[in-house]
Design a protein around this ligand. Structure first.
Ligand code: KIV
Ligand code: NA
Length: 270
């Protein structure tokens, strides 16, 4: 299987219609990427690795080096999906030149095909600058977790008319700037419908209804690694309890000396 390309992802939405929704999940490690790759169109090396892998309270402390290391692992573990790496907070907002330098570093270090950044109209010029210089950009509007200190929390966005209008305008600005896809996070369904109709590129929803051109979730959330997850997550499995049961079993066998057995033990040749 040849790796999908950004233009092929972009063209899955033609004349405003997406026949087959785009499937995206987060991946942070090589083995995880191997397991997800054949089932996905896109793998997102999300800065959500802050909470999921590093136990950080927000995505704000994530660095370019962290994203580069995990991005490289995910590219090594995949051969089919388009790999998109999140640009971390502070690596792209100051200027379009800063953004280009950071994005180029991420593509060089990882071999990924594209980057994702948060923000709408304010980032449109940057998206165009990168795209014109060989770096495809995925946008991200609505609930933008890197702005948690401005937003004051992780609640759904667009409950006021002004906020709803801003989200749609943000999506339009990114589309016109050449974004190849746009994540809509934590927005009310009517806004997701409006934004998806208003842009020529695919929208990828997370907490944004089934009316988007694709869906994304944090893999650990949908696998049931965490007790508490946002309302928009469906837990497809209860992996945490599988891990707990398995580890308890191992611990018991070690304490009883029933592991290892003869089968796992080296003996001198007779
Ligand atoms: O970091 C992340 O995982 C994301 C997705 C949830 C869209 O940005
Ligand atoms: Na992110």
């Amino acid at each position: 299987m040849k790796r999908l390309t950004v233009p092929r992802i972009r063209s899955r939405k033609a004349d405003g219609v997406t026949q087959e929704p785009l499937v995206m999940l987060t991946a942070y490690t090589a083995r995880q990427a191997q397991l997800l790759d054949a089932h996905c169109d896109l793998l997102l090396v999300g800065d959500s690795l802050a909470q999921v892998i590093y136990g950080l309270p927000t995505t704000v402390p994530v660095t370019l080096e962290m994203m580069a290391n995990h991005g490289a692992a995910v590219v090594r573990g995949s051969y089919h999906s388009v790999v998109v790496v999140d640009m971390p907070f502070g690596s792209y907002e100051a200027s379009k030149e800063q953004a280009f330098e950071s994005a180029a570093y991420l593509l060089k270090q990882t071999g990924a095909a594209a980057v994702k950044l948060e923000g709408g109209e304010a980032m449109a010029e940057t998206v165009e600058f990168l795209n014109q210089r060989g770096i495809p950009v995925m946008g991200h509007v609505g609930l933008t977790p890197q702005a948690v200190n401005v937003l004051g929390g992780y609640m759904a966005r667009g409950r006021s008319d002004a906020e709803a209008e801003k989200i749609v305008n943000d999506a339009i600005a990114l589309d016109q700037a050449g974004a190849f896809a746009i994540v809509l996070e934590g927005v009310l369904e009517p806004i997701a419908i409006k934004a998806t109709k208003a842009v020529s590129c695919p929208t990828i929803g997370i907490g944004a209804s089934n009316q988007c051109d694709g869906q994304v979730l944090v893999t650990e959330d949908m696998l049931g690694m965490f007790e508490r997850v946002p309302r928009f997550v469906k837990k497809y499995e209860d992996i945490a309890s599988v891990i707990e049961k398995t580890v308890a079993h191992y611990a018991e066998e070690v304490r009883e000396r029933t592991f290892p057995t003869e089968e796992q033990t080296y003996q001198p040749k007779a």
